[in-house]
Design a protein around this ligand. Structure first.
Ligand code: ADP
Ligand code: MG
Length: 226
């Protein structure tokens, strides 16, 4: 009976996901079609808008794919510092746009964790992107990494952004919960799924107008924790 329940819950979730995805893909597509139509008569002024819409479709589809096939890759020993640094440099242009500075503090004692590196990078990208987008007039993000009891790696991403109210905090991680005009509301859900698949835990602490801290706890050697 429990299995049937989990199954029907999953089916309901898939239906919800599919409906939302279709909606999210249709809007930019309609817009694209209109602009392409115009290109028949004029020339390239609309290319920027077209690219933005394509970018959005791409983003939505990527997040959806992550939900659909989270188990395809292998766990390998990965250098944490390299994962974090590559994500920070990947998002540097986004941070500059928002006038945000990123500080990085790594405990030298942690070097390697067993994980699916691309998925952990995806988690860091989603969390860091949210942190950047929470600070409209700029500010600082602190990323810290430490070792807890030689068992878990704790990555904290702390921003000085708008924060999240208590009632919204309860909705985080639900599919399509977003407060952004162009948001998918899938980012945190993907993060939670990936972190849990690694035997870890993602938690969020926040205060309105003060900022938000996302804590990602990952077992240092996942193979022993799953
Ligand atoms: P999206 O970023 O597409 O909206 P997410 O799942 O990444 O989807 O985030 C869902 C919502 O959670 C955001 O729209 C925002 O309201 C809130 N949120 C997430 N991270 C933060 C943060 N660091 N500061 C403030 N709000 C946040
Ligand atoms: Mg997001």
């Amino acid at each position: 009976a429990e299995e049937t329940m989990i199954r029907s819950e999953k089916l309901a979730l898939i239906g919800q996901l599919a409906a939302g995805i279709a909606h999210d893909i249709r809007n930019p597509l309609t817009s694209l079609k209109g602009f392409v139509q115009l290109l028949k008569y004029k020339n390239t002024d609309y290319v920027d808008v077209m690219m933005e819409e394509l970018e959005h479709i791409n983003y939505v589809v990527n997040e959806f794919m992550m939900l659909a096939k989270p188990h395809l890759s292998h766990y390998i020993d990965s250098r944490v510092i390299e994962l974090v640094q590559s994500v920070v440099s990947f998002l540097q242009p986004h941070a500059l746009l928002y006038n945000v500075q990123i500080q990085l503090e790594m405990d030298p004692e942690i070097s390697v964790i067993t994980c699916i590196p691309d998925q952990i990078k995806q988690v860091l990208i989603n969390v860091l992107k949210n942190a950047i987008e929470s600070m409209e007039s700029g500010g600082e993000i602190q990323i810290t990494c430490r070792n807890r009891w030689n068992q878990d790696l704790i990555i904290c991403v702390k921003d000085q952004g708008i924060g999240i109210s208590e009632e919204k905090l309860a909705q985080l991680g639900e599919p399509f919960f977003t407060t952004k005009a162009n948001g998918t509301g899938l980012g945190l859900m993907v993060c939670k799924r990936i972190v849990e698949a690694h035997g870890g835990k993602l938690s969020i602490l926040s205060q309105i107008n003060q900022g938000t801290t996302v804590e990602i706890a990952l077992p240092i050697n996942s193979r022993y924790h799953i």
